[in-house]
Design a protein around this ligand. Sequence first.
Ligand SMILES: [Zn+2]
Ligand SMILES: [Zn+2]
Length: 354
Amino acid sequence: MTLETLRLDDPRDDEVLVRIVGSGICHTDLAVRDQQLPTPMPVVLGHEGAGIVEAVGADVTHVKPGDRVLMSFNSCGTCPCCHDHAPTYCYNFFPHNFAGARADGSFTLHAGEEPVHGNFFGQSSFATYALATARNVVRVPDSAGAVPLERLAPLGCGMMTGAGAVLRSMKVQAGMPIAIFGAGAVGLAAVMAAKIAGADPIIAVDLHENRRALALELGATHALDGRDDPFGKIAALCPQGLAYAFDNTGLGSIIESAFNLLAPRGVLGIVGASDPTAMLTFNETAFMGGGRTVKGILGGDSDLFGFLPELIEHHLAGRFPYDRLIGVFPFEQINEAIEAGESGAVVKPVVVMG
Ligand SMILES: [Zn+2]
Ligand SMILES: [Zn+2]
């Protein structure tokens, strides 16, 4: 592999230049690498970056050089969802996060005179510097001054998605049963959030033994092997049905079986990336008759400026110990970090820039 130094634009009026300290690695980076998403190549990926503000454009007032910041997804700020504080459902999500350039089509990265795709999730954080926008840079509260930035980095996507799905999208109520299918980074964040919400029981299902063990340590009351009749066991544990089911596997057979376990007014939340051609089948009488809900969820319905500081507060109070999931690698070992994530040896790999 040959390394070459890329040139990054100066910040425009609404942009923020961030020196990256650490970046989480997420399934979406790998999906783009494998071209399951139509982001053009070559591209600098990375979308769970944290670092220190180096420079800001003239219109940026909420952060200043020297501030510790987290980056998350970008959004347009002008569509109906953005106006309604639901930026994860931005009508213009694709051009602001996956197009590999600014929404106006201009490039922020060049190799010599050749443009290189960047702006991935408004950041491209597998780099030493990132150009973000005022809309996707969140200042780390002073109360978290002792928390290293590389630990904060994964909050901006995977952790926010799992925790937000439980606390915001599904609004899980205390004393009600939840089952969480898939106990990777997103599923384990959901387990911790379900404990914060007071759900009971909290049932995690996963194929990996180490993840089931971690789920139990982080708040799950039961951890079931996905190969050993999990649906029958959940039905026995919750004879009245599940108030909440949360899928982050993206597998249709699991989603449909989870739906069949819902209690009346039960909510099934879906975040798993799936085959884009996949269809789901639900029984109409069960769906309508029980007032059940099937809810697609993106980014845990996070509004960055409210929810990320809230998660940091939960972490500082010991209620959201997501650092247990993190394995840190030097940036040069990004391929080893990805391998550790894909094999399941590390739940949430994070790379640290030298
Ligand atoms: Zn992600
Ligand atoms: Zn929008």
